[in-house]
Write a protein that binds this ligand. Structure first.
Ligand code: NAG
Ligand code: NAG
Ligand code: NAG
Ligand code: NAG
Length: 311
């Protein structure tokens, strides 16, 4: 894909950090080679919940733990759960050779790697947009999607129970709702967005990118909007913009805690499984913690008192 050098004629362009300059030159590029794809029959059976997990190439252990725990492909309450990871490649060519080899092995063993040949500052937005494009032809009939990171703990049984009360052909977009924030104009911030990228001072409401649920209807609306809008490097804000463009709104779900859980007292350890048994998703688990939590929550005799209710 060719750089768009007319972006460089903007008087503010030269002042921008390199990643912003690259974003401006390449943001129109949306056609990348697929390095690994999932098997054609991934969605051959009606998929109720498709788990779509963003992962960095080297995060092998995290993917393994997700596969063994909450992301295991299985039937839950009589409906099908399927999993795939969205992965880019590594910036360093030597490292890229290694991780591409790793991902090839994983794809062969598990059939759950969807990898594109890119590595950019806005790779998270690209993953989202390219996934929606991919889904149109390869898994358009999934009733619901979970979009999330590979370091979350998703209580997929609870998710299915929650989603079964919803209609996939109606709007649904729920997660950790963020509203009333705008672009950070401080150049050294990880989330720096200068005026040359967007003039807006307020972002529309959006859900934190750690994990959110959406319906088939809403995925279709987002696909339409994402091909009409200019990309933004921040993936979750970009989806908020897509929703706004379609006249749709994100909603808060109290069971989705992408900023962690608060225990009633500092002396109550926040790792207690009882805090998690009614939640849908919590951010930031180490791989081994995922295994422990999954094991604890799978015990039928897990008994929890009042003390361990979360608010
Ligand atoms: C290139 O950038 C200019 C100015 O930023 C914009 O008007 C134009 O549409 C862009 N072209 C493409 C192909 O994206
Ligand atoms: C994307 O690239 C492929 C292969 O290079 C090409 O066949 C296809 O037409 C391109 N699509 C678009 C929309 O540019
Ligand atoms: C993608 O972007 C994130 C955040 O900007 C960065 O940490 C990561 O190294 C990038 N590359 C890939 C391949 O994910
Ligand atoms: C679901 O759609 C995909 C294409 O998006 C197709 O390959 C698959 O056969 C469909 N599955 C069912 C059960 O209709």
């Amino acid at each position: 894909c060719q750089a768009n050098y007319s972006a460089a004629s903007h008087p503010e362009f030269a002042k921008q950090p390199e990643q912003v300059r690259n974003f401006l030159l390449y943001k129109h590029c949306r056609n990348f080679t697929v390095l690994q794809d999932v098997p054609l029959d991934k969605c051959a059976q009606p998929v109720f919940l498709l788990l779509v997990i963003k992962s960095s190439p080297a995060n092998y252990e995290r993917r393994e733990l997700v596969r063994r725990t909450w992301g295991r492909e299985r039937q839950v309450l009589g409906v099908q759960l399927r999993r795939l990871f969205l992965v880019g490649t590594a910036p360093d060519p030597l490292e890229a050779r290694k991780v591409n080899w790793l991902l090839e092995l994983e794809a062969r063993a598990h059939g759950d790697i969807l990898q594109w040949d890119f590595d950019t500052f806005f790779n998270l937005t690209l993953k989202q947009v390219l996934f929606l494009q991919w889904q149109e032809t390869r898994c358009s009939n999934a009733s619901f999607l979970l979009n999330g990171d590979d370091d979350v703990f998703a209580h997929t049984d609870n998710m299915v129970a929650y989603l079964k009360d919803h209609d996939p052909s109606r709007h649904l977009f729920v997660g950790h709702l963020i509203q009333g924030v705008g672009p950070i104009r401080i150049p050294w911030s990880k989330y720096y967005i200068p005026k040359i990228v967007t003039q807006e001072e307020k972002y529309p409401p959006y859900c934190g990118g750690g994990g959110f649920l959406l319906s088939q209807f809403t995925a279709t609306a987002l696909r339409r909007a994402s091909s009409a809008l200019d990309l933004l490097p921040i993936d979750d804000v970009f989806l908020g913009m897509c929703l706004e463009h379609e006249g749709l709104k994100p909603t808060r779900h109290n069971g989705i805690r992408t900023s962690g859980v608060q225990t009633p007292s500092a002396r109550v350890p926040s790792f207690d499984p009882c805090f998690y048994k009614d939640l849908l998703l919590v951010h930031r688990f180490l791989p081994y913690e995922m295994l422990l939590m999954w094991d604890a929550l799978s015990q039928p005799e897990l008994s929890c008192g009042k003390r361990t209710q979360v608010y």
